[in-house]
Design a protein around this ligand. Sequence first.
Ligand code: CO
Ligand code: CO
Ligand code: CO
Length: 346
Amino acid sequence: MGSKSVPLTSLVKTSGCAAKIGPGVLHSVLGKLPKFSDPRLLVGFDTSDDACVYQISDQLVAIQTVDFFPPMVDDPYAFGQIAAANALSDIYAMGAEPATALNLICFPSCLDIEVLHQILEGGYAKVKEAEAVIAGGHTISDPTPKYGLAVTGFTHPDHVRTNAGAIAGDVLILTKPIGVGILNTAAKAGLLSDGEQKQIIDIMSTLNKYAKRCADGLTVHACTDVTGFSLTGHAIEMAQASGKSIQIDTGAVPILSQALDYAAIGIIPEGMYNNLDYLQDKFTLGTALPQNLQDVLLDPQTSGGLLLAMPKADADLFLKRMEDHNSWSRIIGEVTDKKEKPLIYF
Ligand code: CO
Ligand code: CO
Ligand code: CO
């Protein structure tokens, strides 16, 4: 019989989006596979976008994504909420709303089945908040628990937001603070207070639905969400997909200050080193930055915020609308013509 007293994260080596295979390794494998081509596939994975876009008619595209990972928190309900918010996010990042979701579950036989029930309840709560439906799922027995969703959304082709349309002069907005990967690592070491734990659960389980909707009707040239490849990695992907460079003012980036403290004492997820390895020659530091700040900029995020490139006037309207939802959203930089490196921090 299973036991409920086994903490979820004790069954896991790397958690959340930090458990992703590193981008360098992943790209080397994907690059060797045959390419599919279909004129109806408007966005595939060549531009490292968040989800694929498939044209159904002149008026309608389907957007599909899948995301699942091992727990980064011990509370099964919170884990379910975070995994669902993270999976739904790629649909919002593409400018659409989710319609159907399918559960993906790996669950160990050593755990009480009530734990599974709570994970799914957390997921259901977020899918309900997203105004989508759970339409099915698949469950397998696995020593390391994992949960997530395959999600489909629909929108008009003109409403799709890719990461590839940023233009010089756009400002860049980030809607959630970074540093949760480091804080999840600190939590696993038992270092977080209850208040700190609650704060990061709140941030990770917040749907990007609100940020997506606040941008509706405004001009958005490019959009993505910040997840496992860090702010640095996702900003570089946007710059490269758009054929531009991005400048980010590190002083303007919303950062969880405790993440800087933990990074300073070496509490850093393995995924940060994978990101550094893959990204180090793709960005420059305009000024010398403290090591712990560099670590946070490369920290793999779980269920991070949206990163949007918009004209300044639209950005100001967006930030005004976002005031009702969170106090983290800010302008963190701007898009420029293509320079030697895709990303410059100053
Ligand atoms: Co994404
Ligand atoms: Co994703
Ligand atoms: Co996108």
